[in-house]
Design a protein around this ligand. Structure first.
Ligand SMILES: Cc1cc2nc3c(=O)[nH]c(=O)nc-3n(C[C@H](O)[C@H](O)[C@H](O)COP(=O)(O)OP(=O)(O)OC[C@H]3O[C@@H](n4cnc5c(N)ncnc54)[C@H](O)[C@@H]3O)c2cc1C
Length: 468
């Protein structure tokens, strides 16, 4: 892990095959590993210095206190490690009372009012909608909502785990896992309003679907019919669909199905359906090349959601970039390339760039602030760019989210990107695997958590009159 805070200014980020310049003209510098709120690069902080008030000043005090508590735990390894151990025991507990959130009311109360409320939207439709309204009132365009059920394939143990892995139906019968997934997603769709988005995990439909993905076969018709129902309902509500990237075992199948949906639904300039591209995969530039060419040839709008990637612990290491810096460079190359409509040979030397919508999902302040600035700069200069949205997870990196909202406010009157929070809903029990992942992610991003803790502490101090 890199510990220095140096800013590296590569003149070019060169594609080995095509020699394409991706990043040169904005003087894009490599993401510092822990961009501290106090020590972000001058480029990053330029718009934030317009006002001395912290971007976190808009947070309600209750939310600020809860975030402060969670970050106090997350930023201290000696508190986080035992918390992770206990969370893991709770999430695996099937029998017994003490560690079972459905049977132990005290444990349930503690979990619900700390970790659950920090990261999840609600256990019922009503509770979820009220969290979504709260987020919208804070300035977010809408909520990206997901249903908690998913399956993860662990290459190390060669096994799947997660909700919906059981399959009691016989061949030819309707599959209860697919039906439960359809119902859960349709309940989620019913909570969406215009501007909200559905984040869909296809593996949640269970083993018939994941087996088909893994074997490169067409998924069951029941699943395709469910997808059709979900997409047409979202289309009617003007709510976009972000299909999550998952374990490599399933990902090629997921991408194939999603491209088919784009062919059908992405027929205007605004994409309804997005595929997720994991920048940490060495194969991603080539996957994007193929999908960009397909979109050009067939005349649909490519929906591109970019993440760094969340399956390092379970996917084969060799498929993933060797270093964090390489992943950062890959992420920034895609973001900057799309925003300037010059990526992987498209948009240069007379080669057309496909109609695309970009969605940058990340907590990395540097990548996002640079992307925001490139987008606005292209617009101001009348240069080509693509529509872009930004998202962070609910309960995480509020300093990044509110910094982006602040930049947006300082560009009032111009057409600016939309900022979203992405939340998960489901019962406390259903959300335990998701909560475990969030806690583990905080452990792996200690630097960022420490910075966020410092920002929260400063804001708390300001409200208590302890600082200017
Ligand atoms: C709204 C939203 C939606 C998301 N959806 C998905 C999704 O559909 N699928 C998915 O897989 N993930 C998803 N993620 C998670 C995402 O992939 C990252 O795991 C997470 O956001 C952390 O990366 P970061 O960009 O925020 O920044 P950072 O904290 O700067 O980067 C951390 C990431 O860098 C990469 N990395 C770390 N160490 C190394 C190393 N040694 N070598 C190579 N790479 C390394 C890993 O991807 C790690 O997660 C989503 C995240 C958000 C915010």
């Amino acid at each position: 892990m890199v510990t220095s805070r140096r800013l590296i200014q590569p003149k070019v980020c060169r594609d080995a095959v095509h020699g394409v310049r991706h990043l040169s003209t904005t003087q894009l510098v490599r993401s510092p590993p822990h961009p501290s709120s106090a020590s972000v690069s001058p480029a990053v902080s330029s718009s934030s210095t317009t006002s001395k008030k912290s971007p976190l000043s808009v947070l309600p005090t209750g939310v600020l206190l809860r975030s402060f508590f969670i970050n106090a735990v997350s930023s201290r390894p000696y508190l986080l490690s035992p918390s992770l151990y206990i969370l893991s025991k709770i999430s695996k507990s099937k029998s017994g009372v003490i560690l079972n959130v459905d049977r132990n009311p005290l444990l349930r109360w503690i979990m619900k009012n700390t970790f659950y409320k920090q990261f999840c939207a609600g256990e019922s439709g009503r509770e979820t909608r009220s969290t979504m309204d709260l987020l919208q009132n804070l300035g977010f365009r809408g909520t990206i909502l997901t249903y908690a059920k998913e399956t993860v394939f662990d290459f190390h143990s060669n096994s799947s785990f997660g909700q919906g892995v059981s399959n009691s139906a016989k061949e030819g019968e309707n599959c209860p896992s697919i039906e439960a997934w359809r119902t859960g997603n349709m309940e989620t769709v019913n909570l969406l309003q215009e501007g909200d988005q559905l984040a869909m995990k296809l593996s949640g439909a269970g083993p018939r679907v994941t087996n088909a993905f893994a074997e490169g076969k067409a998924p069951p018709q029941q699943f395709l019919d469910a997808l059709e129902e979900i997409c047409s309902n979202c289309n009617a509500r003007k709510a976009q669909i972000l299909v999550d990237a998952e374990s490599q075992q399933f990902q090629w199948g997921i991408m194939r199905v999603t491209i088919d949906l784009m062919r059908k639904y992405n027929t205007t300039d605004k994409a309804l359906i997005f595929n997720t591209y994991q920048a940490y995969l060495k194969s991603t530039p080539s996957t994007l090349r193929t999908h960009m060419q397909t979109a050009l040839d067939e005349g649909f709008t490519l929906g591109v959601k970019v993440v760094r990637g969340a399956y390092m612990a379970s996917d084969p290491r060799g498929l993933i970039h060797d270093t964090k810096e390489n992943t950062d460079d890959a992420y920034n190359a895609i973001a900057q390339g799309f925003l300037k409509q010059q990526y992987e040979g498209f948009g240069v030397n007379g080669r057309a760039f496909p109609a695309s919508n970009l969605f940058l999902a990340s907590h990395n302040k540097f990548s996002l602030v640079e992307a925001y600035k490139t987008h606005m700069s292209q617009k101001r200069q009348g240069l080509p760019t693509v529509p872009v949205g930004f998202a962070q997870l609910h309960g995480m990196s509020d300093d990044v989210s509110f910094e982006l909202l602040k930049m947006k406010a300082s560009d009032a009157g111009l057409e600016t990107p939309d900022i979203y929070k992405c939340s998960t809903w489901g019962t406390l029990k259903e959300c335990m695997a998701y909560l475990m992942r969030r806690a583990a992610e905080n452990r792996d991003a200690v630097g960022r958590t420490v910075d966020e803790y410092a920002a929260l502490k400063a804001e708390l101090g300001r409200r208590m009159g302890l600082s200017a």
